[in-house]
Design a protein around this ligand. Structure first.
Ligand code: APR
Length: 320
């Protein structure tokens, strides 16, 4: 009986992979929904695995968090931003290269069959792999925005702060603050010079009362990532609304599908659209049609080989 079961399991396994190969061969509009599992081979830990970020934070216990997930909670971030900034360099995408999974997503795009990659990752490795049709559902480090003047800057602008574990400040606000400080200084000196030369209206000179505002001018320039407790950008709903009528295959890679609303993509597309789940560990709360359980890089490389598709080489010249 056990030999028969093993044989059946093997048959199922072969059929399952073969079904996935056939679906990919016929697909024209693939949505790839990806998570942290496609970046672990690049050296970026995922979140919920036994060796993931949350387990590490729990074990280290050095960030004074009620629970590890609070590292990405907007309330904690607002109250004590120094906690996140003392940690952010560990996940900052400055020194990682795309995995075979990232390159596989790009190969779908190069073949003209990628409708969109909805990624939950903030490491921007999809863009590094040259993927154009990617939506970073949870934002990313690629830009940062000032809390006070809303100026948006490239992520590189705040990289020195992140790498030196400091709170990034807004350059625009800093410049405005320096100009204001100089102007107030000038007004003070003019006042001293003008003393006794006739009455000066109080309002023109009385700038001491608002000097306290200056300290708020050193506003924080925050990476444009989505924290727990924040809404996703409306682009997520808008694009999913458009894509749901076009998609003909959903491929889910490297995610535990634990975080809404991205995990709900599976229920937002028509049931007629087949779903392939590629992950190191199975999921029980959803039932994708085909589950390929194992290392994602190995599985997508195997699928590409079966399809006769070449992955862009690691050093491929990315889209200009
Ligand atoms: N191959 C295949 N799967 C892998 C690999 C790998 N090499 N490495 C890890 N995985 C799987 C893990 O087994 C796990 O099921 O990837 C999944 C990653 O799940 P999570 O750690 O929960 O990460 P993710 O699903 O992306 O989390 C979603 O939660 O914390 C928030 O905002 C954060 O975007 C993140 C969101």
């Amino acid at each position: 009986l056990s030999r028969m079961l093993r044989h059946r399991q093997k048959l199922l396994h072969i059929n399952t992979v073969q079904d996935a190969v056939n679906l990919l061969r016929d697909a024209k509009k693939v949505i790839v929904l990806s998570g942290a599992g496609i970046s672990t081979s690049c050296g970026i830990p995922d979140f919920r695995s036994a060796s993931g970020l949350y387990a590490q934070l729990q074990a280290e216990g050095k960030y004074d968090l009620d629970e590890p997930q609070d590292m990405f909670d907007i309330r904690v971030f607002r109250e004590r931003p120094e906690i996140f900034y003392s940690f952010a360099k560990q996940i900052y995408p400055s020194n990682f290269t795309p995995s075979p999974c990232h390159r596989w997503i790009r190969s779908l795009e190069d073949r003209g069959i990628l409708l969109r990659n909805y990624t939950q990752n903030i490491d921007t490795l999809e863009s590094s792999a040259g993927v154009k049709r990617v939506l970073q559902c949870h934002g990313s480090f690629s830009t940062a925005s000032c809390l006070r003047c809303k100026t948006r800057v490239p992520g590189k602008t705040i990289e020195p702060y992140i790498m030196s574990q400091q709170i990034p400040f807004c350059g625009t606000c800093r410049q405005a603050r320096d100009v204001e400080i100089a102007a107030r200084q000038e007004r003070k000196e003019a006042k001293k010079r003008g003393k006794g030369k006739g009455k000066v209206k109080a309002t023109e000179w009385d700038d001491d009362s608002d000097s306290s505002e200056i300290s708020e001018w050193g506003a924080e320039s925050r990476p444009d990532i989505v924290f727990f407790g924040q809404a996703l950008d409306s682009e997520f709903d808008e694009l999913l609304f458009l894509d749901r009528d076009e998609v003909d295959l959903l491929v889910i890679i490297g995610t535990s599908l634990k975080v809404a609303p991205v995990a709900e993509v599976l229920t937002h597309i028509p049931h007629s659209v087949p779903q392939i789940f590629i992950n190191l560990t199975p999921v029980n709360h959803v039932k994708p049609d085909i589950c390929l359980i194992g290392d994602a890089d190995s599985i997508v490389t195997y699928l590409s080989h079966q399809l006769g598709w070449d992955l862009p080489p690691p050093t491929a010249v990315l889209h200009s």
